[in-house]
Design a protein around this ligand. Structure first.
Ligand SMILES: [Zn+2]
Length: 804
């Protein structure tokens, strides 16, 4: 009886709630959505938004076409309407649908600021294809629908059963919802939102703790925060309940695994572990549940995990995820530089977490972490032009890193697609009569504060200028408004809100605030300078931050940074890169004990400030003696590295002799030209003179090849006499796919160009973690060859191959 009355009523309420404006409320502090903020085109972020709009997003759409992403939806639709199995082979990744969703999400943010009828029509046409692939009950997962009898190998034989492992059905839901809400906010159209609601309803019906429901958790998190967002958009609490179910159920389903944070129930977790993107998305979902429900257990758990990250697992660039082994967080204080994983997606996840923590607690310290990530380890993931991407974002390089045009697993570029255009949504927030100014960029904002429209303009050259001017353009608010300006941690003397990094130069930068030219004072509360008054049109607030280069040291437990310093200015972390420092190796510098800096503006790289300082370089001469040379060292913002080709780069620079890496004299191997049966960019690792034991030594491997024989050759610059050779094998057993090989041997090129085995070899040792050396009868030759028999069921690789 009640059911008949109840359902139409809910429909009516939902319709009433679903205006084109997002439902406000839910969080203790309200977001000011991207739809309310217009960023000035001619600015630091204006340039990034332009590159996103004109390059990254069109590129992503074209990849969706060329890589068959749309085709998958078409195939699913055709199969659904076919009485017979059409026999589609399900290829690619089981989460390929999300590339389409993420690109639409990014394009939606763009549409808000740059209305574009053609783009809108294009998205609508894509949504027609997406809608056609949706099964009648709402299920939308092309990797199954296009061939239910032989779905994707990761999909499982029934819906949901394999989600905890690999199917990504719930991951696809998450990205769909995120995108659909953005599309609806930007355009006011429901065509995508309705698709997402139908899929979400299907999940709510079929996945849960009730009778007949599949009791599973998302193997890759994101549905948690997406469903929280859908709850905010629709007012339907069932979505928040489902998000909480996914979290509550974690660690209780038997699939207990640190890799995807299901090792223990989430409320018992206190350390960031496992795959860093999954982790960050989950922590964002936990922060959502904490903020939207006020659940004490959730608040305490997410506070503990956040504390662990910022005090033990955060790179100075704001990146997270130390190791490529499982794309994961490392141990506490394990923050290697050259092998730092710092996936671009994880940096985006770190912004999500800290944003929600701010909405929960209202403390500026969360924005300090967010801003650090935003200006450094996140935007480093996309080139200034918008078409070159990093998957990992290391803090040191010897040239083995190169921006890519796209990736087979396109998570990072498509995440950049949706993140960069959403940046305007992070600038402000409101609570009652308080307006938070959290980020600094030139923009105009119109937003309701205490129910009344307020329009203001922000002008600044931040992050290269510490002056910010905020003008009230219009206000309908008759009572007082509290303007809360964030005073960044870097002004207050805190690199991060923990003891993980500290300023060590003894400087004390300050700040000033004036209102209509008159200095004002205020005690800081939670990192905010609050000006409460009745504002009127034309009121002007001028904020000045002292902006100068600062010297940072890491906590002594961070082994990778011992004896080293990093330089930053404002929110921007700097690095030394090869193009600005010709004539010496930036990895061999020794910084002065009290370095002095000069700042120089440059029009290079879309305009930035470089920092110059005096330093020294250390190198071993031919006679083996250490040579010291004075040099002028130039630093650039970390985000701008690797725009001028591959080469050396370092963020942490030695200040103690113990930490220096004097450059070594060239060797026969290091000056040889490398040839290979399987060429790859990483091949430069084999003669880079870095052997295991050097911190995060690069390696080269033949994975996924197994069995068979591979080879490498060294062509010498001039004929040389050789009599021994050493190899350091790469072996990541038991977790990885490489071990020491089955066998190896050395041959040389004879006068007629044939490969001839060396004579009288002393033996070809096969040891893990040590140099494996063979001695042989001296031979004069122009080239040598290393042949490697791969193990039958595994691959092999090497850190270094030396020949003398
Ligand atoms: Zn990624």
């Amino acid at each position: 009886m009640t059911g008949k009355l109840f359902f139409p009523l809910v429909g009516l309420l939902a319709a009433a709630t679903l205006s084109a404006q997002p439902a406000s409320g839910g969080y203790p502090i309200d977001p000011v959505p991207f739809t309310s903020v217009k960023v000035a085109p001619d600015s630091f972020w204006g340039q990034r938004l332009k590159a996103s709009r004109e390059v990254t997003i069109p590129l992503a759409f074209s990849k969706c076409e060329s890589e068959g992403r749309y085709e998958n939806f078409v195939k699913a639709a055709k199969q659904m309407h076919s009485p017979v199995n059409l026999g589609y082979e399900v290829k690619g990744f089981s989460f390929d649908d999300t590339d389409v969703y993420k690109t639409i999400e990014g394009a939606s943010y763009v549409l808000q600021t740059y209305p574009d009828k053609k783009l809108e029509a294009y998205i609508d046409s894509v949504l027609v294809i997406v809608a056609a692939a949706q099964e009648p009950d709402g299920y939308l997962y092309t990797a199954r629908t296009m061939n239910p009898e032989h779905p994707h190998e990761w999909a499982g034989d029934k819906r949901w059963v394999n989600d905890e492992e690999l199917s990504h059905e719930l991951y696809n839901l998450g990205h769909m919802v995120e995108a659909a809400v953005a599309h609806w906010q930007a355009t006011g159209k429901r065509n995508f939102l309705d698709i997402a609601i139908r899929y979400a309803d299907c999940v709510v019906r079929e996945v849960g703790a009730g009778p007949g429901q599949a009791r599973v958790i998302p193997g890759h998190q994101i549905a948690e925060m997406a469903l929280a967002k859908l709850y905010l958009a629709t007012g339907e609490k069932k979505y928040l309940d489902e998000a909480k179910f996914f979290l509550d159920e974690r660690g209780k389903t038997g699939h207990n695994d640190e890799y995807n944070q299901s090792h223990v129930p989430v409320l018992e977790q206190d350390e960031a572990v496992g795959h860093a993107v999954r982790a960050a998305y989950m922590y964002a979902g936990m922060a959502d549940v904490a903020a939207l429900t006020g659940d004490r257990g959730y608040i305490d758990a997410i506070d503990r995990i956040w504390e662990n990250i910022v005090s033990k697992k955060l790179y100075i660039t704001g990146g997270i995820g130390a190791t490529n082994n499982g794309e994961a967080f490392g141990e506490n204080y394990q923050l290697p530089n050259m092998s730092a994983y710092c996936e671009t997606c994880a940096a985006i996840g770190n912004v999500y977490v800290n944003y929600r923590m701010f909405l929960l607690h209202g403390d500026a310290k969360y924005y300090d972490v967010l801003e650090r990530t935003l200006y450094n380890g996140l935007i480093s993931g996309v080139s200034l032009e918008g078409d070159g991407f990093f998957y990992p974002n290391p803090l040191e390089s010897i040239g083995q890193h190169q921006r890519q045009a796209w990736f087979g697993c396109a998570c990072c570029p498509s995440n950049i697609c949706r993140f960069i255009p959403s940046v305007p949504g992070y600038v402000y927030a409101v609570k009652d009569n308080a307006l938070y100014v959290n980020l600094f960029m030139p923009n105009t904002m119109t937003q309701k504060v205490a129910g009344k429209d307020v329009t203001l303009t922000q002008k600044t050259g931040y992050p290269y200028d510490g002056d910010i001017e905020i003008t009230i353009d219009k206000t309908a608010l008759k009572k007082e408004m509290a303007l809360k300006v964030r005073i960044p941690g870097w002004v207050r003397g805190d690199v991060v809100p923990s003891d993980l990094y500290s300023y060590v130069d003894g400087k004390h930068p300050g700040y000033t605030v004036t209102v209509n030219g008159v200095p004002v004072e205020s005690a800081l509360g939670q990192g905010y300078f609050t000006i409460t008054r009745k504002w009127k049109k034309g009121d002007k607030v001028v904020v000045h931050f002292d902006l100068e280069p600062r010297v940072v040291k890491a906590h002594v437990e961070v082994n990778a940074d011992v004896g080293r310093i990093a330089i930053e200015r404002g929110p921007v972390v700097y690095c030394a890169e090869w193009p600005d420092n010709p004539g010496f190796s930036v990895r061999s510098v020794l910084m002065n004990q009290e370095p002095q800096f000069t700042v120089k503006h440059s029009d290079e790289l879309f305009g930035l400030d470089k920092i110059a300082t005096k330093a020294q370089t250390l190198s071993f001469g031919k006679d083996g003696r250490l040579e010291v040379k004075d040099v002028d060292l130039t630093l650039i913002p970390y985000y701008a590295w690797c725009h001028r080709g591959s080469g050396e780069m370092a963020v942490w620079l030695p200040q103690d002799l113990r930490a220096t890496k004097p450059s070594k004299p060239a060797t026969l191997a290091s000056t040889s030209k490398i040839g290979a049966s399987t060429p790859a960019r990483s091949i430069s690792a084999v003669n880079d003179q870095l052997v295991p034991g050097d911190e995060s030594s690069p390696y080269y491997h033949w994975w996924p090849k197994q069995g068979g024989t591979e080879w490498l050759t060294y062509d010498f610059a001039a004929p040389a006499t050789v009599s021994r050779s050493s190899v350091w094998w790469f072996d990541d057993q038991p977790w990885g796919g490489c071990s020491v090989p089955k066998a190896w041997r050395i041959s040389y090129k004879d006068a007629s160009g044939n490969w001839v085995p060396v004579e009288d070899p002393s033996g070809y040792p096969l040891r893990k973690g040590a140099a494996c050396e063979v001695r042989f009868k001296p031979v004069t030759t122009s080239a040598v060859r290393l042949e490697v028999d791969l193990p039958a069921e595994l691959s092999a690789g090497l850190y270094e191959w030396d020949v003398k």
